[in-house]
Design a protein around this ligand. Structure first.
Ligand code: SER
Length: 328
């Protein structure tokens, strides 16, 4: 591996694993991946074990490599962050500042702009009351309920401020506010939108599921291939087209019960009961049921490939059956 690389933090996470695979498929061979533990060897990737809070390690990486793009995926998700606010803010805010600094150092070292991808979240929104309109990027995002949402909003602002690409070399900051994400091959850890993937993975393993959120609640979701496609699209588009620094994207917004019914179409024996977790329910109630992604559609051509039915039929069910070795 040469010293010109793509740098990915949180490489063991759901998105990290999928992104590395997709970058590999696209022919990006020089990837360095940072995470706390080495889980499995990934092709064409040099794994570095360590923390985004270790500034000495980041200095060493800065010295050794020429980074062209940064995907800063390491984060502590919303439920876990509420339970461990100090750790979460350290990782989600201070860790992100460290990676911004690495990007800035690289820009100076290489005398060029460094593409910087930041996954933000619907957690930046806080709707005071149930609102079924499609929320735009400017709406309801001055006071996120969760530590996680606050950290995402703070880092969006810092990233926007540090993006000096109009005047001098620096970080070319691009962010997507993701809805809940469903992967057929992995499960998230510590999120609040986890009920949907947890339900589907339970069904595929012939297990029952105790759902922690009320049956009528709706959140926006997408499946992982669409999430990765969106990252590729926003990273490739000319900066001139990007009128915002952080964009909504979405695909479908079923209620919990609609998820259940859809899951049951494919896994007839599936059984779900409810045990509402009031803290997690409150978080979900503060997030929008629908987001408006027309800015992403207009500025960089975002369009989801999978609606709810298509997600189950062409992505979730075939892959999840494969994962758990079930026959078609
Ligand atoms: N899916 C995340 C969570 O539930 C929100 O971005 O924490």
């Amino acid at each position: 591996m040469g010293n010109k690389v793509i740098f990915i933090t949180g490489s063991n996470g759901e998105m990290g694993r999928y992104l590395i695979e997709a970058l590999n498929k696209e022919g990006s061979k020089n990837i360095i991946a940072l995470d706390l533990e080495q889980k499995n060897n990934i092709l064409n990737t040099k794994f570095i074990q360590g923390s985004i809070l270790d500034t000495q390690l980041l200095d060493d990486i800065n010295e050794k490599y020429e980074i062209s793009e940064i995907y800063h995926l390491a984060a502590i998700l919303s439920t876990k962050a509420e339970n461990n606010p100090q750790l979460a803010n350290d990782v989600n805010i201070n860790g992100t500042k460290n990676i911004f600094e690495l990007g800035q150092k690289q820009a100076i070292k290489q005398k060029k702009n460094i593409l910087f991808f930041f996954p933000s979240s619907i957690a930046v929104y806080n709707l005071e009351e149930n609102n079924n309109s499609k929320i735009k990027e400017e709406d309801y995002c001055s006071n996120p309920l969760t530590e996680y949402g606050k950290a995402k909003l703070i880092c969006e602002d810092i990233g926007k401020r540090l993006d000096t690409t109009k005047t001098t070399f620096g970080i070319d900051f691009r962010a997507i506010r993701f809805p809940g994400i469903i992967s057929a091959t992995t499960l998230p850890t510590g999120g609040t939108s986890d009920y949907a993937p947890e339900m589907i993975h339970a069904a595929a393993q012939n297990k029952s599921y105790k759902c922690f959120v009320m049956n009528n609640r709706k959140l926006p979701f997408i499946v992982m291939p669409d999430a990765i496609d969106a990252i590729f699209k926003i990273m490739k588009i000319s900066k001139k087209k990007l009128l915002k620094s952080a964009y909504n994207i979405t695909s479908f917004s079923p209620s919990v019960e609609e998820f259940y019914n859809k899951t049951k179409e494919y896994f007839q024996n599936f059984n779900m009961t409810y045990s509402i977790d009031s803290k997690r329910q409150k978080i979900i109630d503060s997030w929008p049921s629908y987001v408006n992604d027309s800015a992403a559609q207009n500025d960089w051509g975002w369009k989801s490939k999978y609606d709810l039915s298509e997600s189950y039929a062409s992505y979730i069910v075939p892959h999840i059956k494969n994962k758990y070795n079930m026959e078609e």
